[in-house]
Design a protein around this ligand. Structure first.
Ligand code: MF3
Ligand code: CO
Length: 274
């Protein structure tokens, strides 16, 4: 493994294959949780499902014990105006909620990190659109990434994608990140900005792209639990995240079950997976 001048971790093909295993485990765990999400389920029950699934498939939850105070869950479960870093617990989901579920796992020392926002029963059209806008922005970011391009090409594509859909808040205080032998590594991957800035995108780099978008303000507050990030105006929010890398052929979305193939083809971008 080589380290470039900016301290970016460049993974060998074998190491990327291990990251694919971690990514698949995260992707499968999120699908399991999507199926389990319904009115009456608690966020703590979703967390237990995730921990069991990860451990029984040879992984270790990466969020558990992370940071200070140590994060107490395997998933972040963020409901409605909670944008990210919600702590799972006794809260029961009710019809009309949306829940953002963020999950990370380690396999043989390598990390995967991804998030989805899921509707609980019937949610208002504006919220369903918000979810679509946020997920589309994630894919716009991934498909803007080219070998030889720069990190903020992704940022710019995420921002433009959201702005093209209407008047939404895009969080700036929280960003995507490099990932590999640790969950959070350089570089930062902001969700807004001008293109052509930041480190160059090279083979073996892995990034987590994670737009956080609201129906109102981009401003947030952190609750007294020191983790839960809520919108300052109480507006609803959505969060989608994937871990991806660039191969010679194109993007490989390590946390997508199909590696991103279907969505990339839809968007006219060659699939870079193996
Ligand atoms: N998955 C989050 C991210 O994308 C981090 C979760 S914070 C933790 O950066 F404490 F839960 F790990
Ligand atoms: Co992340």
């Amino acid at each position: 493994m080589g380290l470039l001048d900016r301290g970016l971790e460049i993974k060998s093909p074998d190491q990327i294959d291990l990251m694919r295993r971690a990514g698949l485990l995260v992707g499968e765990t999120l699908e399991l949780l999507r199926e389990a999400t319904k009115p009456g389920v608690t966020t703590g029950e979703l967390d237990a499902l995730a921990e069991d699934h990860i451990r029984s498939h040879g992984g270790v939850p990466s969020f558990l014990g992370y940071g200070y105070p140590p994060f107490p869950g395997t998933i972040c479960a963020s409901v409605n105006d909670e944008v990210v870093h919600g702590i799972p617990g006794p809260r029961e989901l009710v019809d009309g909620d949306v829940i953002s579920i963020d999950c990370g796992a380690i396999v043989e020392g390598w990390h995967g990190d991804a998030a989805i926002t899921v509707e609980v029963g019937d949610v208002p059209d504006a919220v369903r659109r918000l979810m679509q806008v946020t997920e589309d922005a994630l894919w716009a970011g991934i498909t803007a990434a080219r070998l030889g391009g720069r990190v903020t090409d992704i940022s710019h594509a995420v921002e433009s994608s959201v702005r093209g859909q209407g008047d939404y808040g895009i969080l700036e205080e929280y960003v995507g990140h490099g990932i590999g032998s640790a969950m959070h590594m350089p570089p930062n991957v902001p969700n807004v900005g001008r293109p052509g800035r930041g480190p160059r995108l090279v083979r073996g780099l892995a990034l987590a792209v994670e737009p956080m978008v609201t129906l109102g303000t981009k401003e947030t507050e952190v609750l007294d639990d020191d983790w839960t990030v809520v919108t300052a105006d109480g507006s609803r929010s959505a969060h989608f995240e994937h871990t991806f890398t660039l191969t010679r052929d194109g993007p490989w979305v390590l946390t997508a079950l199909d590696g991103g193939r279907a969505r990339l083809e839809q968007l006219g971008v060659p699939f870079g997976g193996r």
